[in-house]
Design a protein around this ligand. Structure first.
Ligand code: NOJ
Length: 737
């Protein structure tokens, strides 16, 4: 018997011994966040009525909970211990959207490994990450927790996170089970309001929203969490199409499915069911194995089976899925945690990883006249201004249950450390929070700026303005920040904006009033040193946007991989609403897909990000002009570092399928790689593209690859114009690779 067969045999033997109540117990997760083991929890564990807990990170308490489950219950089944380890644990990493801006799977895997090790040393064995929801709406607060708008990028980076959390083997010390969430469609909530309804046609669902989940399932993610939201009329937590047809039948997923917090009971709030009992029946029938913090399963599954409304086979399947993961985690061999077996938390190596990820995540959006990097040698004085320059808590971002702001190094502190005594740093917060409208300190700030060589203004939004249930309708800089920038601008001094935020912001009001922008997301514990290193050119910026930045909220949803439409706008499509003659003929403004009052382009495109050096791309070519179905093609381009410093560049590959069974996006990311290039060096960057990677779901909702013509681009953003083409043919042909 191999290991997998042995596990299946052990599962069958356990299930054969379990009472119905014990089976339902395995399907129950409860909140165990108190500072001791309460009596009721002890009793429930002894009776085998709980299979999992969440939110307990005191290792002694966790070990005691495991001891009761294993030693004091009849069958001795260990517990899954869950926690939101989303972007670090004690050492806080950049928010996931920031991590995605690294476009670096290796860095992301290293960060997840670090977080897993820290969490595992408290007894946590399961995290609720990665979040793989595609979102094209930056109003949605949870975009902070996402890996951006692109299914290919989110899939690759999500797998890197899964690999980091789960390690080579889930039962290794320092490995924890991952959870791909929220299945599915959560990121498409109407108007970006969290938990709002989602309506996604099946073809769009399959080609965009499900794709990163499929990638994660293929990579072995241990669990899946359902979405809170209503998807096409059936809330995800009761959606049999998603949970049985797609996940189990088509993708053959053999891990377990957990509801979101109380989302089973909420089925009646949605109006799908009349009461909790029906909600429990709908959820278990659809395929939810484990209920997170709710009592629908606990109260109703036993009677539902006894009344003959619920088939025992469905219960057994759910329990099998949960037990399988407990075996894979090695919990039956040893459920206890010895923290000393793992490295100390937030130690120097951990801080180095956090700093490296923060450094690669920061995106330089603009840098007029090469105002950056600053030089310690020539600078005499620097005004550091703004509500987020010295905000230890805010830079940590949305999910920081276990992080400690006292360990944060802020931008102000790091700048001071980096420049030492050589530069006179004058700091003024000016606005108490990002939302303050009190301008009483503006005059003083202007004085400070006027008497300094350069102004660095730290702008953005606090951590609390993004994340779960924290959506915004206006995603501009809040409070009096825009006016502050205007005042600083009027001093005539170079103004550099460092922006900390949990989402893309609409920056049209300030983009022309500052000389440079570093967009730092919420960069985590080591955000400050990363920012300082970039400001002073110790390192060159290399982050690239994983999400499109709109000019105005009215452009949302705006994303690079849109469809062409029958009337696409062109570079000639420009109009200024103020200049429109009200009597002009209806067709005189052009009849294309655009708004009258804003350009059809974004403010900053997906994939955009500047460097302190120049990267010149040329000579894109393919290894053959035609490839046969089932084969691969090499696409390459030359890249020269035309500047004077060594720097990293994220090279991106996009394709367009020109004619297809269903319309395809104008561009789709199909490859990316981070390369370091020395000044003056020329490198050739190569991508292998297999025809399987050009597959899509067609009109019949089946995956297909078609013969035909493709455009392909290589460059440093989704706006690259460096293009060639190739053709897929069905028969053998000359020159195929
Ligand atoms: C609700 C959130 O939607 C989910 O992502 C999270 O993992 C759970 N709460 C547990 O905290």
């Amino acid at each position: 018997m191999n290991d997998a067969e042995l596990i299946e045999a052990q599962i069958r033997s356990l299930i054969a011994q379990m009472t119905l109540a014990e089976k339902i117990g395995q399907m129950q997760q409860v909140n165990a966040s108190s500072d001791h083991v309460p009596e009721y929890l002890r009793d429930e564990l002894c009776a085998g009525r709980i299979g999992s807990v969440l939110n307990q990170v005191d290792v002694d308490i966790v070990n005691e909970l495991q001891r009761i489950a294993v030693e004091d219950s009849r069958l001795g089944i260990p517990l899954l211990v869950g926690r939101d380890v989303i972007h670090g644990f004690k050492t806080v990493l950049p928010i996931p959207l920031g991590q995605a801006a690294t476009w670096n799977p290796h860095a992301i895997a290293e960060g997840a490994r670090l977080a897993a090790r820290e969490a595992a040393s408290t007894g946590v064995n399961w995290t609720f990450a990665p979040m793989l929801d595609i979102s094209r709406d930056p109003r949605w607060g949870r975009i902070a927790e996402s890996l951006g708008e692109d299914p290919y990028l989110a899939g690759k980076l999500g797998v890197a996170m899964v690999d980091g959390f789960q390690g080579d083997d889930m039962d290794d010390a320092g490995s924890i089970a991952a959870c791909a969430k929220h299945f599915a469609g959560y990121g498409a909530s109407e108007s970006g309001r969290d938990y709002a309804t989602t309506n996604i046609p099946e073809n769009e669902l399959r080609n965009v929203y499900l794709q990163p989940f499929h990638t994660a399932v293929d990579a072995g993610v241990a669990s899946i969490m359902t979405s809170f939201s209503d998807l096409n009329g059936v809330p995800a937590t009761a959606n049999e199409f998603l949970l049985r047809q797609v996940l189990r039948e088509e993708w053959t997923f053999d891990g377990f499915v957990v509801s979101d917090w109380d989302s089973i009971r909420q089925l009646s709030v949605h109006g799908l069911t009349a009461n909790d009992k029906d909600s429990a029946l709908e959820a278990v029938t659809a395929g939810v194995d484990l209920e997170m913090e709710g009592d629908a399963y606990r109260n109703h599954l036993v009677p539902l089976v006894e009344e003959g409304r619920l088939d025992m086979e469905l219960v057994d399947k759910a329990v099998e899925n949960i037990l399988r993961s407990k075996f894979r985690l090695g919990l039956f061999d040893d459920p206890y945690t010895q923290p000393d077996a793992l490295p100390a938390m937030a130690d120097e190596p951990a801080m180095a990883v956090a700093r490296m990820i923060a450094l690669q995540s920061i995106v330089m959006l603009k840098n007029d006249q090469d105002v950056l990097p600053l030089s310690v040698d020539t600078l005499k004085s620097l005004a550091v201004i703004g509500p987020l320059a010295d905000a230890a808590h805010q830079q940590l971002g949305t999910w920081v249950f276990d992080g400690d702001p006292a360990q944060s190094i802020t931008g102000l502190k790091a700048i001071r450390e980096l420049v030492g005594e050589d530069v006179d740093i004058r700091y003024q917060r000016v606005l108490e929070t990002s939302r303050s409208k009190d301008k009483t300190q503006f005059e003083e700030a202007v004085g400070l700026a006027t008497n300094s060589d350069v102004v660095i203004v730290f702008l953005g939004e606090e951590a609390i303005l993004s994340g779960e249930a924290h959506s915004r309708a206006d995603i501009g800089l809040p409070g009096a920040q825009v006016e502050l920038v205007e005042k600083l601008r009027n001093t005539g001094k170079p103004v550099i904006a460092v922006i900390l935020a949990g989402r893309p912001l609409t920056l049209s009001d300030v983009v022309d009033k500052v000389d440079a922008i570093l967009f730092a997301w919420h960069p985590g514990t080591m955000g400050g040193p990363a920012i300082a290193d970039l400001l002073f050119g110790v390192e060159s910026p290399s982050g690239k946007l994983p999400v499109t930045f709109p000019r105005l909220v009215g452009q949302i949803p705006i994303y690079y991989n849109q469809k062409n439409t029958g009337k696409p706008p062109t570079p000639d499509t420009t109009v200024n609403i103020d200049d429109i003659n009200a009597r002009a003929p209806q067709t005189s403004l052009g009849m294309t897909c655009f708004h009258l009052d804003v350009a059809y382009t974004p403010l900053f495109a997906f994939g955009h990000g500047l460097s302190y050096t120049g990267f010149d791309y040329s000579n894109i070519r393919t290894s053959a002009s035609e490839i046969r179905m089932g084969e691969a093609l090499t696409i390459s381009a030359d890249l020269v570092n035309s500047g004077e410093i060594a720097a990293e560049e994220v090279v991106q590959l996009y394709v367009r399928d020109l004619v297809a069974n269903v319309t395809r996006p104008v561009r789709e990311l199909k490859g990316f790689t981070r390369v370091k290039i020395q000044p003056g060096q020329r490198v050739t960057v190569e991508f292998q593209l297999h025809t399987d990677e050009l597959a899509f779901y067609g009109r019949n909702q089946k995956k297909m690859i078609e013969v035909g013509d493709f455009h392909v681009w290589i460059g440093g953003s989704s706006e690259t114009m460096l293009r060639t083409e190739f053709r897929i043919v069905s028969k053998p042909c000359d020159g195929a690779v």
